[in-house]
Design a protein around this ligand. Structure first.
Ligand SMILES: [Zn+2]
Length: 659
């Protein structure tokens, strides 16, 4: 069972440290451990106590015990004493590494001047050494009878978001209000006008409002309703602004995250956390980011458990019946290769079949014009119809195309109702170029666009993220959702290239401004480059957007062997991109991720890449994107990050840190 460890040095300060520990132990219903390390300090600045002067160890232990008992005599919580000899910080750390400790409570003197310079670092050292959260008490201040306001400092990282969810759970446990403190750097340089038409001040306050909403939304539903949440936002650097916010508001308890950084980094840069540990008037609960998922005794169980369902796959022979008259890169052999691979891995990959059917006329006309759908339906009466110079339909193409859309809808149903955790939908014909009333680029119906619209309009999802990593720009998806802020479309594509769209400045219109993000790339991008771009841009924006579902227009024509493209991605790269999106899906939407096949014209490379993606989706492999990101070429990635930040910085708070 977990316990709360209260580190007491038996100085006069111990009284308020113990009082705090009792307060927390009572509320969390955890046993309390009074930990005392007997040592003779070599540091002359350390405040001495009577226990540190003379006497043999046994005698000192007995006297310490008596003093602790006196300290605890009126308490109603369960407690016991643990003693050790040695440096207190090291002894506490050692104990925490070998026992289940939910929280360490210790006092910090709030020293000034030179003393603080030496002594202050002892507490900071302890905070960085501990594997669990630590409550740093200010001994000079009265212990509140009740905790009314819990404050939490939040930055734009994923850890920041998790910290808010934990703080919310704790506030709920204490029946306290939650205050979120955050700083936001200005997104735009007022000297540069392009490309935003809104005035500078308006763009900034708009950004502030979005970030504020985002912060409130971090509090998990289910907790949000029973908690009073306020956000205190400042414009500027966190290290300059947050301490001021905290000083003005003075919460009863302040929660901050602690990242393990290199020693050099600590000395050179300091951090908001260190400043708060030294200066905040309130007691500080310092939380190492590594302990956010453990220490459940402290946090309770605020998150929904992750789904551990299987990975779904749709297989339908109707997709093979879409046949071209002559040679064509988009032919049935692509899918035959994938089916052969699926037969070969049967039993080794835990996949679940999703049963699907054809999309109805009503489904298709959610996105496409009725006249257009009827025109495609009419191709079933002809042996062969050349719709555009590169787009064809045979007599069974309408059936294949409407079943392809149906397959995407069935996969969305399956992830939405929890039958599967995520899904891969290998369909033909592909879809992301198809426009509202026009077949183009091998595409008849826009599988992903109809899927996104279905998720939104029928399944009631508020925000759908569409990521398109196909070699080509998904003009059809972009155009359909251009003015819609509920669907965020992010595309990486070779540029210039077919179909010619996908410039940075195609960024959505009206209410949808900022919800189309185009990342046009030069030739030759490899695994590392893609992964770095996904880590630096796609994932942070996706987390900001906080989707209810992620759809991927998964084209494999960025593979290095692909005859159409000039990119250099391998199976390993596809696995890493999948892993990054799985992590976003886990953070935002209970793993709901559906990948839909678009391009990919080298039959062997295609099936090998799909296999790598399936093995990642089903957790049979765990790609480490960081390993690939090391290989990224900064000269490729940096300009794209910079340009995108310039265009979208006023919309997406996470991009501010890229400047
Ligand atoms: Zn393509």
């Amino acid at each position: 069972m977990e316990s709360i460890l209260c580190s007491v040095d038996l100085s006069p300060a111990s009284k308020s440290v113990a009082a705090w520990a009792i307060l927390v132990a009572r509320r969390l219903n955890l046993p309390l451990l009074l930990f005392h390390a007997i040592h003779v300090p070599s540091d002359p600045l350390h405040p001495s106590t009577e226990f540190e002067r003379g006497g043999d160890l046994a005698h000192r232990r007995a006297r310490s015990s008596a003093a602790i008992e006196k300290l605890m005599q009126t308490t109603d919580v369960t407690w016991r004493i643990e003693m050790a000899s040695g440096d207190p910080a090291e002894m506490v750390q050692q104990y925490c590494r070998t026992h289940h400790v939910a929280l360490v409570v210790a006092g910090s003197q709030g020293l000034t001047g030179l003393k603080r310079f030496f002594m202050g670092t002892v507490v900071e050292r302890m905070v960085r050494m501990l594997p669990c959260p630590m409550l740093v008490v200010r001994p000079g201040r009265p212990v509140p009878r009740q905790i009314r306001v819990i404050g939490v400092c939040c930055d734009r990282s994923e850890d920041g978001r998790v910290l808010v969810t934990r703080a919310a759970a704790l506030a709920l446990g204490f029946k306290a209000d939650l205050s979120i403190y955050s700083a936001l750097e200005a997104a735009l340089d007022p000297a540069v006008g392009e490309p935003v038409e809104v005035p500078y001040g308006e763009a900034q306050s708009d950004l502030q409002m979005r970030w504020q909403e985002k912060l409130v939304a971090m509090v998990p539903p289910g907790i949000r309703e029973s908690l009073k949440v306020t956000v205190h936002l400042a414009f500027g650097e966190a290290m300059d602004e947050i301490p001021g916010l905290v000083r003005d508001r003075q919460p009863d308890l302040l929660i901050v995250g602690v990242r393990n950084r290199s020693t050099l980094g600590q000395w050179m840069a300091g951090s908001t956390t260190e400043t708060l540990l030294r200066q905040a008037p309130s007691p500080v609960l310092a939380v190492p980011t590594g302990s956010l998922t453990s220490s459940l005794g402290l946090w309770g169980h605020p998150n929904l458990p992750p789904q551990n369902g299987p990975t779904g796959i749709v297989r339908d022979d109707a997709f093979l019946a879409h046949r071209c008259a002559g040679r064509h890169p988009e032919n049935h052999k692509r899918l035959e290769g994938i089916y052969a691979m699926l037969d070969a891995v049967e039993g080794t990959l835990p996949l679940t079949s999703i049963v699907s059917g054809a999309a109805s006329l009503e489904d298709l006309t959610q996105v496409h014009d009725l006249a257009y759908v009827l025109r495609i339906a009419a191709t079933a009466k002809q042996d062969y119809t050349q719709l555009t110079p590169d787009t064809y339909a045979c007599s069974r193409s309408y059936e294949a195309a409407s079943r392809a859309v149906g397959a995407v809808m069935a996969a969305i149903d399956a992830v939405a109702n929890g039958a599967v955790r995520n899904a891969f939908v290998p369909v033909r014909p592909p879809g992301h170029h198809a426009e509202v009333s026009r077949a183009i680029g091998f595409c008849l119906f826009n599988n992903v666009a109809v899927g996104a619209e279905y998720a939104r309009a029928v399944k009631g999802m508020q925000r759908v993220l569409v990521v398109d990593w196909d070699l080509h720009h998904g003009n059809g998806i972009q155009h359909f959702f251009e003015e819609d802020p509920s669907v965020l479309y992010i595309s990486t594509h070779q540029y210039p290239c077919f179909p010619g769209t996908g410039h940075y400045l195609e960024m959505g219109r009206g209410r949808g401004e900022g919800y189309t993000i185009n990342l046009p790339l030069g030739k030759g991008w490899g695994d590392g480059d893609y992964v770095a771009l996904y880590q630096q841009l796609v994932a942070p924006v996706a987390l900001d957007f906080d989707p209810d579902l992620i759809l991927v227009a998964a084209g494999f024509d960025i593979h290095k062997q692909d005859p159409v493209g000039r990119m250099r991605v391998t199976e390993e790269g596809f696995a890493a991109l999948t892993r990054i999106l799985m992590e976003v899906a886990q953070a935002c939407c209970q793993d709901r991720l559906v990948l839909v096949l678009e391009g990919g014209y080298h039959v062997k490379a295609l099936s090998a890449s799909v296999r790598a993606v399936l093995s990642e989706l089903s957790d049979q492999t765990h790609a480490d994107p960081a390993v690939l990101a090391i290989k990224a070429k900064a000269r490729r990635v940096r300009p794209v990050v910079k340009r995108c930040t310039h265009v979208h910085g006023h919309i997406w708070p996470c991009l501010c840190s890229n400047k």
